[in-house]
Design a protein around this ligand. Structure first.
Ligand code: HBI
Ligand code: FE
Length: 284
């Protein structure tokens, strides 16, 4: 399958992965020949994160993790998919890597979460530019066992397909970035991570929850859609929600006026602070 380069974050690059095996909708059969080293690498990535979750990951994430099965080797996606279907009606589908936006959002709109089926190389253990199976499965899938979050993800997919028609993809991809990838949730005494980009990174899990450096601002949709971000540095701003129910409520109205407001205002630098921002202060 000829796949056009995918823009992920800000850089355009030819996607990694073997797309010749992908079907029309970009899904594929999951690789069935992982090496012992790859299974062991997945287990080591899980163990490193599991040791850091206490006091940093949202309760919903920790509660859902056992659904991924034992982390001693790369799971069969169809096994996890059956559990997810029973829980929230979502499925997991394997993909060869990053896929173009319209097929990606079409899968989300149809309650199918695309999980890349290759795992990073040993040399990428600490950072891989594109999402691999560890980022997608460990970072994204547990949250989908939570109905309000799953509903938000489905609404996001449907909204993103509409955003193409009103040229608001950039604004909406910021909402994806600051919630699904790097979102924080209020918790007693502080904040906890629910974003996959945070939950699959040892350094950012500590930084986002405990560092005094970044802004932590209660989520305002227009403010979020105006805020730029860098893809290969810790975030300078995190947006905080009260709960997944609140996230679903905040994003249920029609976005048309929100897009107009976001596009009418300046794009904000990643670390900016506005007078109207509701900062979340706490002793890290
Ligand atoms: N494809 N497989 C895959 N995974 C992603 O997270 C992904 C993608 N294509 C596009 C995309 N993400 C971005 O446009 C969204 O993060 C907004
Ligand atoms: Fe991701």
């Amino acid at each position: 399958m000829a796949v056009e380069p995918v823009v992920y974050g800000s850089s355009k690059r030819p996607p990694r992965g073997d797309y010749a095996r992908a079907h029309e909708d970009y899904t594929c059969e999951q690789n069935s020949e992982y090496s012992a080293e790859e299974h062991a690498r997945y287990a080591r990535l899980c163990e490193r994160q599991l040791a850091l979750l206490d006091g940093r990951a949202s309760d919903e994430f920790v509660a859902a993790l056992p659904h991924l099965g034992h982390h001693s080797k790369i799971p069969r996606l169809e096994t996890t998919s059956k559990r997810l279907m029973d829980a929230t009606g979502w499925q997991i589908v394997a993909v060869p890597g990053l896929i173009p936006e319209v097929p990606f959002f079409t899968l989300l709109a149809n309650k199918k979460f695309p999980v890349t089926d290759w795992i990073r190389k040993e040399s990428e253990f600490d950072y891989v530019v594109e999402p691999d199976i560890f980022h997608d499965l460990f970072g994204h899938v547990p949250q989908l066992f939570n109905q309000p979050y799953a509903d938000y993800m489905e609404a996001y997919g449907k909204g993103a397909l509409k955003a193409h028609a009103v040229d608001a993809c950039e604004q909406l991809s910021r909402l994806y970035w600051f919630t699904i990838e790097f979102g924080l949730m209020k918790a007693k005494g502080g904040v906890r991570a629910y974003g996959a980009g945070i939950l699959s990174s040892p350094g950012e899990l500590r930084h986002s929850v405990q560092s005094a450096q970044p802004n932590r601002i209660m989520l305002d949709i227009v403010r979020c859609m105006r805020t730029s971000y860098e893809i290969d540095a810790y975030q300078q701003t995190y947006f905080v929600i009260e709960s997944f129910e609140q996230l679903r409520e905040l994003t249920s109205p029609d976005f048309t006026e929100l897009y107009v407001a976001a596009k009418a205002a300046d794009v904000l630098p990643a670390g900016s602070s506005l007078a109207g921002d509701r900062h979340v202060m706490f002793a890290p």
